[in-house]
Write a protein that binds this ligand. Structure first.
Ligand code: MSP
Length: 616
């Protein structure tokens, strides 16, 4: 069945009101985007960089950049049809790491997340669970907050689309777009995917009219709806993308967006006559506002403060536009086509960048609530801890591409990188320092490193990590930090300080300096890895003799060589990352010839990281 809009009214209206600049508002403008998210308007100073952190959060009191600079990023607002799965957690982990990095640069960060709670899909899932929608939304929305706590996500604002302050903003936005002549009423007939909450083009569907994302048949619908005149924005959108190709990232997603636009933009329906669970259309309470026309506004309504006057202008003045919308590739069209057009219509600035990452997959299929092939994030965090989960997904999946999960790979990576390269090096060094130097540093790390090439290597790798964080190449940023760890391990093995201590005299003095150098390497790693593995970084920092407050006030400039000073006393060595051991059942399985699937489970076991025989 072909989608069909009764356009007679639309044509009449467009005739009366051809494309023009939005009413009552400042003309739309788009600022050139810099991938370094460099300076932007000093909009406001409401959200201080000190407003962070719930958990092991780094902050920035000594800033290396203009204090007025704001970095505003968002995750999608998650549907509350079911509790979060690892795919939903992925975007949020990435967003949190980017936020933490930006805070380290001294920026005021506004990190927004939240839940998308209206629409047919949510109402159906509430009913299926024997709950009324508000009850259901409260429950599932809370499960997101709980997961974010477990994963050490330090967001600034959590918006729920059922929040009355959000509703006020949506209605005002609707009225603006209406006043601009971009909303009209018409009939629509087409194929609808309830999981996408979207009418689909027949040509994009699989056999039996199945949605390619959810692999479920779309349903035929005929409705009398309100429409948004997206087609009017075809040319402006083309121009924006031509002038600001970095608006859509990674660059390969830009081609996709450009080809959608080129194939011709069609107006889309922004209300539902058959759905009660939603925000009523102003002046027509027989219809509710379409979930996307509602939820996208969450990025603005989240800025408002509780118990203050809620209007669009105030909200916008609190920080809009966003520096970055972080989303999965399946919702790119909404963010890179619909949303900019809606904002233009309302006379508001556009976000600076939309980054569409790939999917976490299982057996090559998108992991998702609708397909039921999800990975349980609560279980994963409980079993392996937040640092391991955060590190694995950011290190293992090239940000932008898809990535498959396997428990074997997970264990292998976190053990090799976090337990061995980082944890074990710290443990060995502190052990030797205790035995030979009463846990006290003999000189400043700058003095110890005079003429030592390792210092230059570390400085280059720190720069590499920074560039990669800035470019959202999170896996490469992790890799650069790990290379610092590898360089430290190589230095330890080559210098063999345990042997030099045995020789005594000048050799022992050199060995004591070597330990200072390696511990300085550890300090730099702790700072540079803190956006990704904040608790692990805190544990490293604490063992180097710093307080939690000192850790909480680190900035990226603390990656500079020279933080550790002579006379500083280190803590007792204790493993900063518990090595994950396969349980005996699994180890037995591993030894057997592989037939079919493995069933064994991994467990976390703290393994004492003692010096090797040669060091003892
Ligand atoms: N409610 C909308 C977003 C509205 S934003 C104003 C929505 N919600 S969702 O819960 O279905 O998806 C939220 C995000 O999770 C999307 O960016 C989606 O791509 C992401 N993911 C869901 N499953 C995923 C994977 N398996 N892998 C990676 N990300 C995935 O869409």
């Amino acid at each position: 069945m072909a989608a069909r809009i009764n356009t007679s009214l639309h044509n009449a209206l467009s005739f009366l009101k051809p494309f023009n600049t939005p009413l009552n508002t400042k003309p739309f403008s788009f600022r050139r985007n810099s991938f370094r998210f460099s300076k932007k308007l000093p909009y406001y100073s409401q959200f201080s960089s000190g407003k962070r952190a719930l958990y092991c959060t780094s902050s920035s009191q000594e800033s290396t950049v203009d204090e007025g600079e704001t970095f505003f990023l968002t995750t999608p607002l998650y549907y509350v049809n079911a509790p979060p799965h690892m795919g939903s957690a992925y975007t949020t982990i990435a967003a949190d790491s980017i936020s933490r990095f930006q805070r380290l640069l001294g920026k005021k960060v506004i990190f927004i997340t939240g839940t998308d709670e209206h629409g047919e899909k949510i109402a159906t899932s509430a009913a299926a669970n024997g709950r009324n929608p508000p009850e259901h939304c409260d429950l599932i929305s809370q499960s997101y907050r709980t997961l974010w706590k477990d994963l050490d996500i330090a967001y600034d604002k959590f918006i729920r689309t059922t929040d009355p302050k959000h509703e006020a903003i949506v209605k005002e936005f609707y009225a603006r777009v209406f006043a601009n002549g971009d909303i009209y009423r018409a009939d629509y007939e087409g194929l609808y995917c309830v999981n996408c909450e979207e009418y689909k083009d027949e040509k994009e569907l699989l056999e039996n009219n199945c949605c390619p994302v959810h692999q479920m048949p779309c349903v035929a619908r005929k409705e009398d709806n309100y429409f948004f005149a997206l087609s009017k924005y075809q040319k402006p959108l083309e121009d924006i993308l031509a002038q600001n190709p970095r608006f859509v990232q990674p660059s390969y997603r830009l081609n996709e967006v450009q080809s959608w636009i080129k194939s011709g933009l069609r107006d889309f329906s922004i209300s539902r006559a058959l759905v009660d669970w939603g925000i009523p259309v102003p002046d027509d309470d027989k219809q509710t506002i379409y979930v996307w026309f509602d939820a996208l506004l969450g990025y603005i309504s989240a800025l408002t403060e509780d118990n203050k006057q809620q209007n669009l202008e105030t909200a916008v003045s609190l920080g809009w536009p966003a520096s970055l919308h972080l989303i999965g590739k399946d919702i790119l069209r909404f963010h890179a086509v619909y949303w900019p057009a809606m904002l233009m219509s309302a006379g508001l600035e556009l976000p600076k960048m939309v980054f569409g990452h790939g999917f976490l997959t299982k057996d090559g299929m998108k992991m998702g609530k609708s397909l039921g092939n999800t990975l349980e994030p609560f279980e994963l965090v409980q079993k392996f801890g937040p640092d391991a989960v955060r590190y694995f997904f950011l290190r293992e999946v090239e940000f932008g591409n898809d990535g498959d999960y396997s428990e074997d790979r997970f264990i292998k990576i976190v053990n090799a990188h976090l337990a061995n390269t980082i944890g074990n090096l710290l443990n060995r060094t502190l052990g030797l320092l205790k035995k030979n130097c009463e846990s006290t540093l003999v000189v400043d790390s700058t003095v110890a490193a005079e003429g030592v090439p390792l210092k230059d290597t570390v400085e280059k790798l720190v720069e590499k990590a920074r560039t990669n964080y800035e470019n959202l190449s999170l896996s490469s940023a992790c890799e650069a930090v790990l290379e610092i760890g590898n360089a430290g391990n190589t230095y330890m093995d080559q210098r063999a300080p345990w042997f030099l201590f045995k020789q005594g005299g000048v050799s022992a003095e050199e060995a004591a300096k070597d330990l200072v150098i390696i511990l300085e390497v550890m300090r730099v790693i702790a700072v540079a890895l803190s956006p990704v593995a904040p608790c692990l970084s805190l544990r490293v920092y604490s063992q180097l003799g710093y307080s939690e407050d000192q850790f909480n006030s680190i900035t990226w400039s603390d990656t500079k060589w020279g933080g550790l000073k002579g006379g500083q006393v280190m803590e007792q060595a204790s493993p900063v990352f518990a090595r994950i051991e396969l349980n005996p059942e699994k180890e037995e399985d591993e030894k057997k010839p592989k037939v079919g699937k493995k069933t064994g489970k991994a467990k976390v076991k703290v393994v004492e990281q003692t010096p090797t025989v040669a060091e003892a």
